[in-house]
Design a protein around this ligand. Structure first.
Ligand SMILES: Cc1cc2nc3c(=O)[nH]c(=O)nc-3n(C[C@H](O)[C@H](O)[C@H](O)COP(=O)(O)O)c2cc1C
Ligand code: SF4
Length: 461
Protein backbone atom coordinates (compact mmCIF):
# COMPACT_ATOMS: atom_id res chain seq x y z
CA UNK A 1 0.00 0.00 0.00
CA UNK A 2 1.31 3.49 -0.91
CA UNK A 3 2.52 5.62 1.99
CA UNK A 4 -0.11 7.98 3.30
CA UNK A 5 0.35 11.57 2.16
CA UNK A 6 -1.39 14.16 4.35
CA UNK A 7 -3.33 16.74 2.38
CA UNK A 8 -5.52 18.61 4.87
CA UNK A 9 -2.57 19.43 7.11
CA UNK A 10 0.13 19.63 4.43
CA UNK A 11 0.65 23.38 4.89
CA UNK A 12 0.43 23.54 8.66
CA UNK A 13 4.16 24.04 9.17
CA UNK A 14 4.26 27.02 6.83
CA UNK A 15 3.11 30.21 8.59
CA UNK A 16 3.23 32.12 5.28
CA UNK A 17 0.36 30.01 4.00
CA UNK A 18 -2.00 32.49 5.65
CA UNK A 19 -1.31 34.81 2.72
CA UNK A 20 -3.29 34.23 -0.45
CA UNK A 21 -0.18 34.66 -2.62
CA UNK A 22 1.68 31.85 -0.84
CA UNK A 23 -1.39 29.59 -0.96
CA UNK A 24 -1.72 30.22 -4.70
CA UNK A 25 1.98 29.56 -5.23
CA UNK A 26 1.49 26.08 -3.72
CA UNK A 27 -1.26 25.26 -6.20
CA UNK A 28 -4.05 26.71 -4.08
CA UNK A 29 -7.31 27.81 -5.72
CA UNK A 30 -6.51 25.61 -8.76
CA UNK A 31 -9.27 23.18 -7.74
CA UNK A 32 -11.87 25.94 -7.34
CA UNK A 33 -10.84 27.40 -10.71
CA UNK A 34 -11.18 23.94 -12.27
CA UNK A 35 -14.61 23.38 -10.71
CA UNK A 36 -16.04 26.79 -11.61
CA UNK A 37 -14.66 26.95 -15.15
CA UNK A 38 -14.78 23.34 -16.38
CA UNK A 39 -17.52 21.62 -14.37
CA UNK A 40 -21.23 22.22 -13.89
CA UNK A 41 -22.59 22.36 -10.33
CA UNK A 42 -24.20 18.95 -10.87
CA UNK A 43 -20.85 17.53 -12.03
CA UNK A 44 -19.33 18.64 -8.73
CA UNK A 45 -22.19 17.09 -6.73
CA UNK A 46 -21.77 13.83 -8.67
CA UNK A 47 -18.02 13.82 -8.05
CA UNK A 48 -18.47 14.32 -4.31
CA UNK A 49 -21.13 11.60 -4.30
CA UNK A 50 -18.74 9.26 -6.11
CA UNK A 51 -16.02 9.95 -3.54
CA UNK A 52 -18.41 8.81 -0.78
CA UNK A 53 -17.20 11.67 1.40
CA UNK A 54 -19.07 11.49 4.71
CA UNK A 55 -19.62 14.56 6.87
CA UNK A 56 -16.92 15.11 9.46
CA UNK A 57 -19.17 17.00 11.91
CA UNK A 58 -20.25 13.93 13.84
CA UNK A 59 -23.05 12.03 12.12
CA UNK A 60 -21.07 10.92 9.04
CA UNK A 61 -23.89 11.70 6.61
CA UNK A 62 -22.87 11.41 2.90
CA UNK A 63 -22.07 14.94 1.72
CA UNK A 64 -22.98 14.59 -1.97
CA UNK A 65 -26.31 13.04 -1.04
CA UNK A 66 -27.06 15.90 1.36
CA UNK A 67 -26.33 18.42 -1.40
CA UNK A 68 -28.69 16.60 -3.76
CA UNK A 69 -31.63 16.97 -1.33
CA UNK A 70 -31.92 20.68 -2.18
CA UNK A 71 -35.10 21.38 -4.20
CA UNK A 72 -34.36 21.62 -7.93
CA UNK A 73 -36.55 24.73 -8.40
CA UNK A 74 -35.02 26.77 -5.55
CA UNK A 75 -34.44 30.48 -6.09
CA UNK A 76 -32.00 31.14 -3.25
CA UNK A 77 -29.68 28.86 -1.27
CA UNK A 78 -27.57 29.41 1.84
CA UNK A 79 -24.52 27.52 2.99
CA UNK A 80 -23.93 27.46 6.76
CA UNK A 81 -20.55 26.16 7.83
CA UNK A 82 -20.50 24.61 11.24
CA UNK A 83 -17.41 25.65 13.18
CA UNK A 84 -19.08 25.63 16.56
CA UNK A 85 -16.76 22.78 17.58
CA UNK A 86 -18.03 22.54 21.12
CA UNK A 87 -17.72 18.78 21.45
CA UNK A 88 -15.25 18.39 24.32
CA UNK A 89 -11.66 17.58 23.31
CA UNK A 90 -12.24 18.46 19.65
CA UNK A 91 -9.94 20.99 18.02
CA UNK A 92 -9.42 19.93 14.41
CA UNK A 93 -11.68 22.67 12.99
CA UNK A 94 -9.71 25.30 14.86
CA UNK A 95 -6.47 24.04 13.34
CA UNK A 96 -7.96 23.99 9.85
CA UNK A 97 -8.96 27.65 10.14
CA UNK A 98 -5.92 28.95 11.99
CA UNK A 99 -3.28 27.04 10.03
CA UNK A 100 -4.61 27.01 6.46
CA UNK A 101 -7.64 29.31 6.05
CA UNK A 102 -7.48 29.47 2.24
CA UNK A 103 -7.84 25.69 1.90
CA UNK A 104 -11.08 26.07 3.88
CA UNK A 105 -12.24 29.07 1.82
CA UNK A 106 -11.53 27.12 -1.36
CA UNK A 107 -13.67 24.28 0.01
CA UNK A 108 -16.49 26.73 0.76
CA UNK A 109 -16.25 28.18 -2.72
CA UNK A 110 -16.54 24.77 -4.42
CA UNK A 111 -19.28 23.63 -2.03
CA UNK A 112 -21.29 26.80 -2.66
CA UNK A 113 -20.83 26.51 -6.42
CA UNK A 114 -22.08 22.90 -6.31
CA UNK A 115 -25.13 23.83 -4.25
CA UNK A 116 -25.71 27.19 -5.97
CA UNK A 117 -25.38 29.09 -2.70
CA UNK A 118 -24.35 32.71 -3.20
CA UNK A 119 -24.07 33.43 0.51
CA UNK A 120 -22.08 31.42 3.03
CA UNK A 121 -22.07 31.92 6.79
CA UNK A 122 -19.20 30.53 8.82
CA UNK A 123 -20.45 29.96 12.36
CA UNK A 124 -17.39 29.87 14.59
CA UNK A 125 -17.22 28.90 18.23
CA UNK A 126 -17.30 31.93 20.54
CA UNK A 127 -13.87 31.19 22.04
CA UNK A 128 -12.10 31.03 18.64
CA UNK A 129 -11.03 34.66 18.60
CA UNK A 130 -7.70 34.04 16.86
CA UNK A 131 -9.37 31.84 14.25
CA UNK A 132 -11.98 34.44 13.42
CA UNK A 133 -9.34 37.15 12.93
CA UNK A 134 -7.30 34.90 10.65
CA UNK A 135 -10.36 33.89 8.68
CA UNK A 136 -11.66 37.43 8.20
CA UNK A 137 -8.24 38.54 6.96
CA UNK A 138 -8.04 35.56 4.59
CA UNK A 139 -11.55 36.22 3.25
CA UNK A 140 -10.59 39.85 2.53
CA UNK A 141 -7.44 38.71 0.69
CA UNK A 142 -9.31 36.01 -1.26
CA UNK A 143 -11.88 38.60 -2.28
CA UNK A 144 -9.21 41.08 -3.41
CA UNK A 145 -7.56 38.29 -5.44
CA UNK A 146 -10.83 37.47 -7.23
CA UNK A 147 -11.67 34.18 -5.51
CA UNK A 148 -14.81 35.69 -3.96
CA UNK A 149 -17.24 38.40 -4.97
CA UNK A 150 -19.00 38.81 -8.33
CA UNK A 151 -18.48 36.66 -11.43
CA UNK A 152 -15.67 34.59 -9.94
CA UNK A 153 -13.12 33.50 -12.62
CA UNK A 154 -15.59 34.80 -15.24
CA UNK A 155 -17.90 31.86 -14.44
CA UNK A 156 -20.93 34.01 -13.69
CA UNK A 157 -20.99 32.64 -10.12
CA UNK A 158 -21.10 35.10 -7.20
CA UNK A 159 -20.21 34.35 -3.58
CA UNK A 160 -19.88 36.29 -0.34
CA UNK A 161 -18.72 34.70 2.92
CA UNK A 162 -19.69 36.14 6.31
CA UNK A 163 -18.23 35.13 9.67
CA UNK A 164 -20.55 34.78 12.63
CA UNK A 165 -19.24 34.27 16.14
CA UNK A 166 -21.24 31.87 18.34
CA UNK A 167 -22.25 32.64 21.89
CA UNK A 168 -20.57 29.75 23.69
CA UNK A 169 -23.31 27.12 23.70
CA UNK A 170 -22.84 23.45 22.79
CA UNK A 171 -26.35 23.27 21.37
CA UNK A 172 -25.53 25.85 18.69
CA UNK A 173 -23.48 23.11 17.01
CA UNK A 174 -26.71 21.24 16.25
CA UNK A 175 -27.53 22.37 12.75
CA UNK A 176 -30.94 23.91 13.41
CA UNK A 177 -29.82 25.40 16.72
CA UNK A 178 -27.00 26.97 14.71
CA UNK A 179 -29.46 28.38 12.17
CA UNK A 180 -31.68 29.85 14.90
CA UNK A 181 -28.65 31.43 16.55
CA UNK A 182 -27.42 32.79 13.22
CA UNK A 183 -30.82 34.40 12.73
CA UNK A 184 -30.31 36.21 16.04
CA UNK A 185 -32.54 34.01 18.16
CA UNK A 186 -31.96 31.67 21.08
CA UNK A 187 -30.13 28.57 19.81
CA UNK A 188 -33.05 26.19 20.17
CA UNK A 189 -33.07 23.28 17.70
CA UNK A 190 -36.07 23.13 15.39
CA UNK A 191 -38.46 20.24 15.00
CA UNK A 192 -37.69 18.36 11.77
CA UNK A 193 -39.06 18.01 9.15
CA UNK A 194 -38.73 20.39 7.47
CA UNK A 195 -34.99 19.71 7.20
CA UNK A 196 -32.62 22.60 6.43
CA UNK A 197 -32.30 21.49 2.78
CA UNK A 198 -35.95 22.50 2.34
CA UNK A 199 -36.32 25.23 4.97
CA UNK A 200 -33.16 26.37 6.73
CA UNK A 201 -31.61 29.79 7.29
CA UNK A 202 -34.17 32.55 6.82
CA UNK A 203 -36.60 29.75 5.80
CA UNK A 204 -34.65 29.16 2.56
CA UNK A 205 -33.01 25.95 1.33
CA UNK A 206 -29.78 25.60 3.27
CA UNK A 207 -26.84 23.24 3.48
CA UNK A 208 -25.03 22.82 6.80
CA UNK A 209 -21.56 21.33 6.56
CA UNK A 210 -18.66 20.98 8.93
CA UNK A 211 -15.37 22.80 8.26
CA UNK A 212 -13.36 19.60 7.76
CA UNK A 213 -15.96 18.22 5.35
CA UNK A 214 -15.55 21.24 3.09
CA UNK A 215 -11.75 21.25 3.47
CA UNK A 216 -11.74 17.78 1.85
CA UNK A 217 -13.58 18.99 -1.26
CA UNK A 218 -10.76 20.84 -3.12
CA UNK A 219 -8.62 17.68 -2.87
CA UNK A 220 -11.42 15.54 -4.30
CA UNK A 221 -11.81 17.97 -7.22
CA UNK A 222 -8.06 18.04 -7.79
CA UNK A 223 -7.26 14.32 -7.38
CA UNK A 224 -10.55 12.57 -8.07
CA UNK A 225 -12.98 10.27 -6.29
CA UNK A 226 -10.81 7.16 -6.74
CA UNK A 227 -7.90 8.82 -4.98
CA UNK A 228 -10.19 9.68 -2.05
CA UNK A 229 -11.54 6.15 -1.90
CA UNK A 230 -8.05 4.68 -1.96
CA UNK A 231 -7.75 5.63 1.74
CA UNK A 232 -9.66 4.36 4.73
CA UNK A 233 -11.89 1.37 5.37
CA UNK A 234 -15.08 0.19 3.59
CA UNK A 235 -17.77 2.91 3.87
CA UNK A 236 -15.30 5.25 5.64
CA UNK A 237 -13.03 6.77 3.04
CA UNK A 238 -10.49 9.54 2.91
CA UNK A 239 -8.17 11.36 5.28
CA UNK A 240 -9.32 12.34 8.77
CA UNK A 241 -8.00 14.69 11.41
CA UNK A 242 -7.87 12.91 14.76
CA UNK A 243 -7.28 14.84 17.96
CA UNK A 244 -5.72 12.99 20.90
CA UNK A 245 -5.79 14.44 24.36
CA UNK A 246 -6.36 13.59 28.01
CA UNK A 247 -3.73 11.72 29.98
CA UNK A 248 -1.12 11.39 27.26
CA UNK A 249 2.40 12.72 26.92
CA UNK A 250 1.63 14.82 23.86
CA UNK A 251 -1.77 16.25 22.92
CA UNK A 252 -1.90 16.39 19.15
CA UNK A 253 -4.04 16.69 16.05
CA UNK A 254 -2.90 14.30 13.30
CA UNK A 255 -4.12 13.53 9.81
CA UNK A 256 -4.41 9.82 9.03
CA UNK A 257 -6.56 7.59 6.85
CA UNK A 258 -9.94 6.82 8.42
CA UNK A 259 -9.81 3.63 10.44
CA UNK A 260 -6.64 3.94 12.54
CA UNK A 261 -6.88 2.44 16.00
CA UNK A 262 -6.75 4.05 19.43
CA UNK A 263 -3.55 2.13 20.15
CA UNK A 264 -1.90 3.57 17.03
CA UNK A 265 -2.93 7.09 17.95
CA UNK A 266 -1.79 6.67 21.53
CA UNK A 267 1.55 5.00 20.89
CA UNK A 268 2.62 6.41 17.52
CA UNK A 269 1.38 9.99 17.88
CA UNK A 270 0.59 10.92 21.48
CA UNK A 271 3.77 9.50 23.03
CA UNK A 272 1.92 6.99 25.22
CA UNK A 273 0.13 7.45 28.54
CA UNK A 274 1.54 10.11 30.82
CA UNK A 275 3.56 9.52 33.99
CA UNK A 276 4.53 6.03 32.82
CA UNK A 277 1.04 4.75 33.60
CA UNK A 278 -1.14 2.37 31.61
CA UNK A 279 -4.30 3.21 29.73
CA UNK A 280 -7.64 2.24 31.20
CA UNK A 281 -10.20 3.62 28.76
CA UNK A 282 -10.77 6.20 26.05
CA UNK A 283 -13.51 8.45 24.83
CA UNK A 284 -13.39 7.78 21.09
CA UNK A 285 -14.99 10.77 19.40
CA UNK A 286 -16.17 13.42 21.81
CA UNK A 287 -17.96 12.55 25.05
CA UNK A 288 -21.33 11.95 23.43
CA UNK A 289 -20.04 8.81 21.70
CA UNK A 290 -19.49 6.57 24.74
CA UNK A 291 -16.42 4.87 26.15
CA UNK A 292 -13.86 2.36 24.87
CA UNK A 293 -12.22 -0.15 27.19
CA UNK A 294 -8.48 -0.73 26.85
CA UNK A 295 -9.26 -4.13 25.30
CA UNK A 296 -11.09 -2.27 22.49
CA UNK A 297 -8.15 -0.05 21.54
CA UNK A 298 -7.46 -2.10 18.39
CA UNK A 299 -10.90 -1.50 16.86
CA UNK A 300 -10.66 0.79 13.79
CA UNK A 301 -11.90 4.29 14.52
CA UNK A 302 -14.14 4.68 11.48
CA UNK A 303 -17.85 5.25 10.92
CA UNK A 304 -18.83 1.56 10.99
CA UNK A 305 -16.49 -0.61 13.07
CA UNK A 306 -16.62 1.59 16.14
CA UNK A 307 -20.32 0.82 16.54
CA UNK A 308 -19.47 -2.80 17.25
CA UNK A 309 -18.07 -1.63 20.60
CA UNK A 310 -21.44 -0.23 21.61
CA UNK A 311 -20.29 3.35 20.96
CA UNK A 312 -22.69 5.68 19.17
CA UNK A 313 -20.27 6.38 16.31
CA UNK A 314 -17.00 8.06 15.38
CA UNK A 315 -18.33 11.50 16.30
CA UNK A 316 -15.66 14.14 15.90
CA UNK A 317 -12.77 11.64 16.14
CA UNK A 318 -11.57 13.43 19.27
CA UNK A 319 -9.92 10.71 21.32
CA UNK A 320 -9.43 11.32 25.05
CA UNK A 321 -7.28 8.82 26.92
CA UNK A 322 -7.86 7.95 30.58
CA UNK A 323 -5.09 6.36 32.61
CA UNK A 324 -5.41 3.40 34.97
CA UNK A 325 -5.89 5.68 38.00
CA UNK A 326 -9.02 7.28 36.59
CA UNK A 327 -12.30 6.36 38.23
CA UNK A 328 -15.28 5.75 36.00
CA UNK A 329 -17.45 7.60 38.49
CA UNK A 330 -15.37 10.73 37.82
CA UNK A 331 -15.72 10.24 34.08
CA UNK A 332 -19.50 9.95 34.56
CA UNK A 333 -19.55 12.98 36.81
CA UNK A 334 -17.82 15.21 34.24
CA UNK A 335 -19.92 13.85 31.41
CA UNK A 336 -23.32 14.19 33.09
CA UNK A 337 -22.45 17.62 34.45
CA UNK A 338 -21.58 18.80 30.95
CA UNK A 339 -24.85 17.64 29.41
CA UNK A 340 -27.04 18.85 32.28
CA UNK A 341 -25.48 22.26 31.72
CA UNK A 342 -25.78 22.20 27.92
CA UNK A 343 -29.31 20.82 27.42
CA UNK A 344 -31.36 23.66 25.96
CA UNK A 345 -34.39 22.55 28.00
CA UNK A 346 -37.04 22.41 25.29
CA UNK A 347 -37.77 18.67 25.63
CA UNK A 348 -38.79 17.24 28.99
CA UNK A 349 -36.91 13.90 28.66
CA UNK A 350 -33.68 15.72 27.87
CA UNK A 351 -34.04 18.58 30.34
CA UNK A 352 -35.11 16.32 33.21
CA UNK A 353 -33.09 13.29 32.15
CA UNK A 354 -29.76 15.11 31.94
CA UNK A 355 -30.47 16.83 35.27
CA UNK A 356 -31.40 13.62 37.08
CA UNK A 357 -28.48 11.67 35.63
CA UNK A 358 -26.13 14.36 36.91
CA UNK A 359 -27.76 14.50 40.35
CA UNK A 360 -27.69 10.73 40.70
CA UNK A 361 -24.04 10.45 39.68
CA UNK A 362 -23.16 13.34 41.98
CA UNK A 363 -24.90 11.60 44.88
CA UNK A 364 -23.18 8.27 44.20
CA UNK A 365 -19.83 10.03 43.97
CA UNK A 366 -20.48 11.84 47.25
CA UNK A 367 -21.12 8.60 49.11
CA UNK A 368 -24.92 8.39 48.92
CA UNK A 369 -25.18 5.74 46.20
CA UNK A 370 -27.38 2.64 46.17
CA UNK A 371 -26.89 -0.30 43.83
CA UNK A 372 -30.39 0.26 42.41
CA UNK A 373 -29.26 3.74 41.26
CA UNK A 374 -27.41 2.03 38.43
CA UNK A 375 -30.67 0.50 37.15
CA UNK A 376 -32.42 3.82 37.65
CA UNK A 377 -29.80 5.56 35.50
CA UNK A 378 -30.08 2.88 32.86
CA UNK A 379 -33.86 3.31 32.82
CA UNK A 380 -33.52 7.10 32.55
CA UNK A 381 -30.93 6.88 29.78
CA UNK A 382 -33.05 4.43 27.79
CA UNK A 383 -36.02 6.77 27.82
CA UNK A 384 -34.42 9.93 26.51
CA UNK A 385 -33.28 10.72 23.00
CA UNK A 386 -34.24 10.88 19.37
CA UNK A 387 -33.86 7.10 19.17
CA UNK A 388 -36.88 6.38 21.36
CA UNK A 389 -38.50 9.39 19.64
CA UNK A 390 -38.88 11.62 22.67
CA UNK A 391 -36.70 14.61 21.82
CA UNK A 392 -36.12 17.24 19.13
CA UNK A 393 -32.40 16.83 18.66
CA UNK A 394 -29.52 14.43 19.19
CA UNK A 395 -28.12 16.03 22.34
CA UNK A 396 -30.24 13.73 24.50
CA UNK A 397 -28.86 10.64 22.75
CA UNK A 398 -25.37 12.01 23.22
CA UNK A 399 -26.07 12.54 26.92
CA UNK A 400 -27.61 9.11 27.45
CA UNK A 401 -25.13 7.06 25.45
CA UNK A 402 -22.05 7.44 27.67
CA UNK A 403 -24.19 6.32 30.63
CA UNK A 404 -25.56 3.26 28.86
CA UNK A 405 -22.12 2.38 27.56
CA UNK A 406 -20.33 2.85 30.89
CA UNK A 407 -23.00 0.90 32.76
CA UNK A 408 -22.60 -1.98 30.32
CA UNK A 409 -18.81 -1.95 30.46
CA UNK A 410 -18.01 -0.87 34.01
CA UNK A 411 -20.96 -2.08 36.08
CA UNK A 412 -18.68 -4.07 38.42
CA UNK A 413 -16.46 -1.06 39.12
CA UNK A 414 -19.47 1.16 39.76
CA UNK A 415 -21.10 -1.38 42.10
CA UNK A 416 -17.80 -1.74 43.89
CA UNK A 417 -17.53 2.02 44.22
CA UNK A 418 -21.01 2.26 45.74
CA UNK A 419 -20.31 -0.55 48.21
CA UNK A 420 -17.02 0.90 49.39
CA UNK A 421 -17.82 4.61 49.32
CA UNK A 422 -20.73 5.12 51.66
CA UNK A 423 -20.88 8.40 53.50
CA UNK A 424 -22.82 7.70 56.75
CA UNK A 425 -23.93 11.34 56.87
CA UNK A 426 -25.68 11.08 53.54
CA UNK A 427 -29.46 11.08 53.86
CA UNK A 428 -31.67 10.93 50.80
CA UNK A 429 -34.88 12.80 51.37
CA UNK A 430 -37.75 12.94 48.88
CA UNK A 431 -36.82 15.13 45.93
CA UNK A 432 -33.50 16.10 47.43
CA UNK A 433 -29.92 15.14 47.02
CA UNK A 434 -27.99 16.47 49.95
CA UNK A 435 -25.48 15.57 52.57
CA UNK A 436 -27.29 16.15 55.82
CA UNK A 437 -24.33 16.90 58.09
CA UNK A 438 -21.57 19.09 56.71
CA UNK A 439 -21.59 19.67 52.99
CA UNK A 440 -18.23 18.18 52.07
CA UNK A 441 -18.44 15.09 49.93
CA UNK A 442 -16.00 12.21 50.16
CA UNK A 443 -12.50 13.01 48.91
CA UNK A 444 -12.53 12.70 45.17
CA UNK A 445 -9.93 12.61 42.47
CA UNK A 446 -11.53 14.48 39.59
CA UNK A 447 -8.08 15.71 38.68
CA UNK A 448 -7.31 12.13 37.70
CA UNK A 449 -9.36 12.75 34.58
CA UNK A 450 -7.53 15.80 33.44
CA UNK A 451 -9.27 16.61 30.24
CA UNK A 452 -7.96 17.64 26.90
CA UNK A 453 -8.98 20.83 25.24
CA UNK A 454 -12.69 21.30 25.62
CA UNK A 455 -13.26 19.08 28.63
CA UNK A 456 -11.61 21.84 30.61
CA UNK A 457 -14.79 23.74 29.89
CA UNK A 458 -16.96 21.13 31.53
CA UNK A 459 -14.71 21.02 34.58
CA UNK A 460 -14.71 24.74 35.08
CA UNK A 461 -18.49 25.09 34.88
C1 LIG B 1 -25.92 18.56 20.21
C2 LIG B 1 -25.22 18.55 18.90
C3 LIG B 1 -24.06 19.30 18.74
C4 LIG B 1 -23.40 19.32 17.51
N1 LIG B 1 -22.26 20.06 17.41
C5 LIG B 1 -21.62 20.10 16.20
C6 LIG B 1 -20.46 20.90 16.04
O1 LIG B 1 -19.97 21.55 16.98
N2 LIG B 1 -19.89 20.94 14.80
C7 LIG B 1 -20.40 20.22 13.74
O2 LIG B 1 -19.88 20.31 12.63
N3 LIG B 1 -21.50 19.46 13.88
C8 LIG B 1 -22.12 19.39 15.07
N4 LIG B 1 -23.26 18.65 15.19
C9 LIG B 1 -23.78 17.96 13.98
C10 LIG B 1 -24.59 18.96 13.13
O3 LIG B 1 -25.93 18.95 13.58
C11 LIG B 1 -24.58 18.59 11.63
O4 LIG B 1 -24.93 17.24 11.50
C12 LIG B 1 -23.23 18.82 10.97
O5 LIG B 1 -22.77 20.13 11.16
C13 LIG B 1 -23.37 18.53 9.49
O6 LIG B 1 -22.14 18.68 8.83
P1 LIG B 1 -21.45 17.49 8.05
O7 LIG B 1 -22.52 16.79 7.28
O8 LIG B 1 -20.45 18.16 7.18
O9 LIG B 1 -20.85 16.60 9.09
C14 LIG B 1 -23.93 18.59 16.41
C15 LIG B 1 -25.09 17.83 16.58
C16 LIG B 1 -25.72 17.79 17.81
C17 LIG B 1 -26.96 16.97 17.96
S1 SF4 C 1 -32.99 17.16 22.93
FE1 SF4 C 1 -32.26 18.46 24.60
S2 SF4 C 1 -30.87 19.92 23.63
FE2 SF4 C 1 -32.10 18.97 21.97
S3 SF4 C 1 -33.83 20.34 21.68
FE3 SF4 C 1 -34.48 18.82 23.19
S4 SF4 C 1 -33.98 19.75 25.19
FE4 SF4 C 1 -32.87 20.89 23.63
Amino acid sequence: MAAFEPVLSRNWNNPDILSVKTYESKGGYAASRKALTTMSPDNVVDLVKASELRGRGGAGFPTGLKWSFLPKDRKETFMCINGDESEPATFNNRYLVEKDPHQFIEGILIGCYATKANTAYVYLRFEYIKAIHILEQAIAEARAAGHLGKNIYGSGFDLEIWCHRGAGAYICGEETGLIESLEGKRGWPRIKPPFPAIEGAFRKPTVVNNIETLACVPHIVERGADWFKSMGTPKSYGPKLYTISGQVNKQVCVELPLGVTTNQLLEDHAGGVWKGRKAKAAVPGGISMGILKKEEFDIPLDFEEIRKTGCLGLGTAAVTIMDDQTRIIDYLYNTTRFFAHESCGQCTPCREGTGWLYKTVKRIRSGGGRIEDLDLMSHLANNMGITPGTTICGLADGAAWPIKNALAKYRDELEDFIKHNQNPDYKITAGQDAISKGQSPLPTNTSMFVPGIGLAKSLSN
